[in-house]
Structure formats: C-alpha cells, structure tokens
Design a protein around this ligand. Structure first.
Ligand code: DOR
Ligand code: ZN
Length: 420
C-alpha cells in the first residue's frame, strides 16, 4: 500500500543495496532474480513505507535512566517506526551543534532506526535567548522546538520564526500559555472539579495556537503545531489553513482515543501534557484528521522511570510511552472509520517526511528501502513489561489491540521481527 505510487494490492518490492529498485505485480520477476535473493514473505500482510514519528523523546544525553538512543530506537523499530525526530529537552538540551552531533553519532553507532534531531528554539529551553540556529542546522537539526515547554515570549517566538525561515527550518510549537495553564495536573473541567485536581483549561492551548498562527502568517515561517488537543485549536488551525497560512499539525494517538475520564482511575500514566480533554475535543480531533486539518499522527513518546510516575498524581511526571502502541491504536481508528488505510500511510509516513524535509514516505524506485510490515488481523495484549522502551508508562496497559508490527526494515535491513 503506497498512496504516492497509487498502489493498493498484492505486489513484490525489490530492494538492492538499501534502495527500492522496483515495485511490481506479485510474482512477476521471480525467475530472473538470480541466486542471491533473500525473500521476505509478507502474504496477507499490509506493507507500507516505513512509519515516521516526528515527535519522540529519546532522553539521551542526560536522562538515560528513562530511555537511551539505543532503547528508544529499538522501541521505534518494534513499533514499526523506521525514522523519528527527537525532541531537544535532554540534559544538556539540544540547543547547539555539538549535542546534535552527539545524538547523530550515537544513533549511527547504536540506533536501530533513522534519527533526526530537533534543535531548541531557545538556549537551555529557557525562553530567553535564541539558540545557535545556524549551527544547529549545519549539524543536522531538521526543525526547531522548545517542546515540553512553550515559548512564552512572543517577541522571541517572532525572531525564532524569522531565523527559522531564513535557515529553512520549520518551527514546532508546544502551545500552552503558561499563566493560564498554571500548575494544573489535568484538563480543567467537571472531572478536575470532581477529583479535586488543579486543571489546565483548553483556552491555555488555544491562546497560544492563535498567537503562533498569527506569527507564522506575519513572518511566513512554516509552523507545525505539536500535539493538538482541543476542539478550539482544530478550528483555529482549520481557519488559518483556509487563509493560506503555512501551518501543519499533529495529534497523538492518546488524544485521539482517550478522554479526561481516564484520569478517574488515578493512574499517573494518564497524566500527559497537554492533558487528555473532553469527548467533544476528541471528536473534533478525529474530524480534523478526516478533513486534513491534522496532517500527522505522532506519538509524543515520553518515557519515564517508575520513580517519576509512581507518586501522587499531582507530583507525577507528564508523559506517555507511545512508540510500541502506535500501530495498534491507530489501526483501531482505521477500524472505527476515522480514516482509511491510505490516509493512515499519509499521516504516519509521507506527511511527516514532507514537513521535516527528509526522504521517506514512499516506496518509489530510488527511495530508501524503509518498510513496515503489519499483520492487520493479529490481536495482541499491551504488556508494558515486554516493551523495548525503558518507559513502561502507558495508560493502554492491558488493552487488546488488533494490528501487529511483523517486520521493520531500515535501508533494506530487518531491524525488527515479531516472534510468531
Ligand atoms: O507529556 C509530556 N511529556 N508532554 C511534553 O510536552 C513533554 C513530555 C516529556 O518530555 O516528558
Ligand atoms: Zn513532546
């Protein structure tokens, strides 16, 4: 299945030296193939361009107890993800070239999938002074973001967009107006009131979505809104797209599936930023996926250690370990009719590549042979203990999901195969 080639049906994919050589009718070339062909039988499977997760926290350098480049990329491979963009909230933050180079070197030595570093917008993610944007670009950064934190100062964001435009990098915005969000632990609404937890209102996100859309329009810089979570944000982005603003947006599987009601379980694994919202927000996000307002599904894979999560709800760290449930959860949305498989491939593969300006998202001849093979009918139970990620923090533990990653290939090499 490859929308970029208009292919939806049985086919053979020929790979040589890590590159797709051709995609042709099943069985058509087998005789002429010579002796050294390795065959990977994918009968009955869905075979797609490798999935690309443009929002991942790998935690290295500095927080290797939560995740490393090795374990995070292993989790990616197991999740069918052949390339990922990693966020700069490491220690030290990825705010200058040397850290980007470190991440790329480590990924080359120990990584299982392709890694694209995202550079910080501001030094130390402090929101005060711009990071070394030119140096970051030269060292391989594909985008800029202070993700995890908003860029509160509008002038800094304006200047960041002006520089980013000049350097040809998109800005990825974590939209959260800090004075409105306060010290909330969940969405502000009837559930927070009932549970006695401090809330973060939807408008805290929407105020900053509106600001950044206007700044993107003003500067002409390509803007990508991370983890959209509210109906109001979807509406603002839809309107801005209609006006021609250069904006793209992503939603996470958890925001597309869970509501704030999940917090009633008092499970800290439901604590995430932005928080799980109301039913209408979830429906608006799904509608945004359908009408193209939401371009991408990304996990915001945020692995945490037990010590960070097994505390009172208000003290627990924000984040969900998402790489290894990506396929199962998003295929559930396909099964429910929220999108079809063609759109699934676009949202999880070709669109993120376009936004980041990286190769991939297609099996056209000459493309890197990054391929994900999924059995759409195999059901499995989410057991965090079996995750490759160090982060076992998922609110989906115990769920039965249909759709399992069977093989993941990067540059023609199998980096993951499921046990049968
Ligand atoms: O839940 C979250 N966790 N949201 C963020 O924005 C940051 C992330 C993290 O780094 O743990
Ligand atoms: Zn994030």
């Amino acid at each position: 299945m490859d929308p970029s080639l208009g292919i939806d049906g049985p086919a053979d994919i020929w790979i040589r030296d890590g590159i797709v050589e051709s995609v042709c009718r099943a069985g058509s070339q087998l005789h002429g193939a010579g002796g050294e062909v390795q065959l990977l039988d994918a009968t009955g499977m869905v075979v797609v361009p490798g999935l690309v997760d443009m929002h991942v926290h790998l935690r290295e350098p500095g927080q290797e107890y939560k995740e490393t480049i090795r374990t995070g990329t292993m989790a990616a491979a197991a999740g069918g993800v052949t390339a990922l963009a990693c966020m700069p909230n490491t220690e030290p933050p990825l705010d200058h070239g040397a850290v980007a180079e470190f991440v790329l070197r480590k990924a080359k030595e120990e990584g299982h999938v392709r890694v694209y570093p995202v550079g910080a917008v501001t030094k130390g993610l402090k929101g005060e002074a711009l990071s070394e944007i030119g140096e970051l670009k030269a060292s391989g950064a594909v985008a800029l973001s202070d993700d995890g934190k908003p860029v509160a100062n509008a002038l800094i964001m304006r200047r960041a967009m002006e520089y980013a435009l000049g350097f040809g990098l998109p800005v990825i915005s974590h939209c959260e107006e800090p004075t409105l969000a306060g010290q909330g632990a969940m969405n502000e609404g009837e559930v927070s009131l009932e549970l006695g937890l401090r809330g973060m209102p939807a408008v805290a996100e929407e105020v900053m979505v509106a600001r950044d859309l206007l700044l993107a329009e003003w500067t002409g810089c390509p803007l990508h809104i991370a983890h959209v979570s509210t109906a109001g944000s979807v509406r603002l982005i839809r309107e801005a797209k209609a006006r021609g603003v250069r904006v793209t947006a992503e939603a996470t599987p958890h925001h597309l599936i869970l509501t704030q009601d999940a917090v009633r379980q008092w499970d800290p694994d439901t604590k995430v930023s932005p928080p799980l919202r109301g039913r209408q927000d979830v429906e608006a996000l799904q509608e945004g996926l359908r009408d193209g307002t939401i371009d991408v599904i990304a996990t915001d894979h945020a692995p945490h250690a037990r010590v960070d999560k097994e505390v009172e709800y208000e003290l627990a760290a924000f984040g969900i370990s998402g790489l290894e449930t990506l396929v199962g959860l998003t295929l559930m949305l396909v099964e429910r009719g929220v999108m079809d498989l063609t759109e699934w491939v676009r949202k999880l593969s070709s669109n993120p590549c376009k936004i980041l300006g990286v190769r991939g998202g297609s099996l056209a001849p000459g493309s890197p042979a990054d391929v994900t093979v999924v059995d759409p009918n195999r059901s499995w139970k989410v057991d965090p203990a079996s995750f490759h990620s160090k982060g076992k923090n998922t609110p989906f533990k115990g769920w039965t999901l249909k759709g399992q990653v069977i093989h993941t290939l990067v540059a023609g090499r199998t980096v993951y195969s499921a046990r049968s």
